[in-house]
Design a protein. Sequence first.
Length: 267
Amino acid sequence: MRRLVARLGIAAVLAAPGFVAAIAPVLDPDRALAASRAAVGSEPHNFAFTTAEGERVKLSDYRGKPLIVSFVYTGCSQVCPTTTRFLTKAVREARKVVGEDSFRVASIGFNIPSDNPMSMRVFAKQNGVDDPRWAFLTPDAGAPEALARDFGFAYAAQSGGYDHLMQLTILDGRGRLYQQVYGESFELPMLVRPLRELVLGEPVGERTVGEWLQRVRLVCTVYDPLSGKYRLDYALFIEIAVGVTCLGLTLAFLWRERRRARGHPQC
């Protein structure tokens, strides 16, 4: 059972000393995972939050770019800090690949009223999060259950804290659930790949030279499992250069042959 729980990313987490929670049935891993996956493709309700800085925001305020959502509770002394620190590193690497301003992150506290703006601010500082595009949000009282249901997130209060699904949710720019990522840690492509799909899948429209170069860089970036980071694949740049050169030579040859066919003297 322990292997099954670990494989599916269910965390039995411990709270800070003095924490008291009502005892509830242990989460069923299969049902929790099935509900999480079933939520993909849906659009959560427009929940309201208070940021760690005390500002009032709504989920819709984060539309327009992909949004990574993690659920935490600040009384956790083990798993939530560990997953947040890992996510900090993963987000840093992802920004190098898809661009610093290509997506946002939100950590949502689900243990109300303990996860208030002040405790969320302290939690962010303790875990080394210093990212202006990463918000720490406190939902309104009574909202966590509906919020968790919309996101496919499962949790249950226990005598020592919470059992909960270790899950990241990626929303697209329209606010719809695009993909779930599970585990205390994961291979970086599990996070970066859907972000690349969302960024590259945007309508082309009119773009600046810088935007076009950014898209080329995204396509030509590959994951190196040895270093656990992304790097530029210069072989792809060489292939593109060779392809453009061959195309140019072919067009030049066809142009000369067309002029010769029309009886024009060659230069």
